[in-house]
Structure formats: C-alpha cells, structure tokens
Design a protein around this ligand. Sequence first.
Ligand code: MF3
Ligand code: CO
Length: 261
Amino acid sequence: MDKLRIKNRLEIEKMKRSGKAAATVLKRIGEAIAPGVSTADLERISRDTIAEVNATSSFLGYQPPEHQPYPATICTSINDVVIHGIPDKGHVLKAGDIIGIDTAVSIDGYHGDNAYTFAVGDISPVAERLLDATRNSLYDAIAEAKPGNRIGDISFKLQNGAESHGFSVLQSFAGHGIGRNLHEAPEVPCMGVAGRGLRLRPGMVLAIETMVNIGLPDVQMSPDGWTITTVDGSLSALFEHTVAILSDGPEILTGSALWEI
Ligand code: MF3
Ligand code: CO
C-alpha cells in the first residue's frame, strides 16, 4: 500500500473523470445481468466499456505480494463468494443468485474504484435484506467522511449497519485511500470504534467499501489463489464508492443512476 497523499483541486477534478468512468462500467455490467449470462460475458462488456470511455483497467495484471497477476478487469463474486471471483465462461448466472461486481479504472493516471451487488431475477427475502442493509450502511458511512471526523466514524457505521440486522462484516479486508495508486493509505476497515483512528482532512480520497456476510465473518481462500468465499457457505454482499473529502463534506466520485433507489 502506498503512503497517504492529499489531493489538490486539479487532482480531484481528474479523479471525478476516472470515478465517472468506473461508474459507467459498473452500470453497463448491471444492465446485462440476467439468468443465463456468464461472468465471461460480463468481462467482455467490461472490456468494451473501458475502451469506449478511454480508460485503463486497474485490475488487469494487478499483482499484490504473494498473488498471481489478476487475470481480468472485473471481480465477479457470486453468492458465497465474498470478493475477487474471477470471470469464467463456466460461471453462468441463474435466478435467485446475487453477484458482486467490483471494477476500477484509471484515466490520466488516477484511479476510480467501485462495487455493487446485483440481484439476478427474484431473490430470497433474506438476500434482499442483505443487499439493502449493506448498501444503506455504505451511504451512512459516507456521510461521516467529512473533515474533523475520524476513520473510526466511517468504520463504525459500516459495522453497525450490518450487525444491527444480524449480519457480520469482514475483518480481513478493508477499504483504502486511492489516487495515482489503486491502494494508498489509510486503510478503511469495515469495523471500528467511532471517534478513533486517523483524523479526516480535505483532499483525502477514500475507496470506502464494505463486505457483509449473512452468517459468520470467517472467510477462506480458494485454490485459484484469488477467490475468497465464506467458510459457512452463507451469502455475502459488497458495495464500494470512491469518495473525496472536501471542506464542506463528502463527494461521491463514482455516483451514477445505478445507485438511485
Ligand atoms: N477492488 C479491490 C479493492 O478495492 C481490489 C481488487 S484486486 C484485483 O481493493 F486484483 F482484483 F484487482
Ligand atoms: Co477498492
């Protein structure tokens, strides 16, 4: 993870462009999600859209320590897959599934990162509750992303919004600062104590993300070296926005019509 970098006005203007592009990719994929569609089909749409908006994938070839380079431009995480599911033509959506799509792109050297969990056809009432609670907790957390507050104020809202529904948040993965690098300091955990942690300042840009399991918080790595699943097989959802902290409060850089309720 790169160090914390405060962005100036010009840099935030640039990040609005990459944020918008990342949101466009996510929205296009969302429009294509339906029973019978494979996650390889979604990868194709992602690549076409990234080219159309003149962006570059932040994920393709991305290689954290002790990982193989990531082979795709999106993560496609179905049902008990929490994060980092790899698109595959053998993974075909069916009614009742939920699928988390995570995508980041860069334009002019700056990244934008977002994720959304979609319902495929009709889903169970508890899956509906999971998606609503997770998305709402993200918005409650974003509202805390203002100067003077602390990272813990964001993390607490993510944790509380999930746990108040009897769900659990992941301990082992977190949101992050974002800019010229996909991952910059600070870490933004999905669990924490209000009033604790680094103080937020204008010019910080954070990818605030939350991963919520219906059951236990425990997760495991699959043999492919990327895919993370719940140990108890329960459903998991993720949502993420790139958010700039401005002097008058948070600005979501990855907003789009997709997120309107
Ligand atoms: N979007 C994830 C994150 O926010 C990163 C996915 S890693 C990749 O940190 F390898 F899939 F690219
Ligand atoms: Co991210």
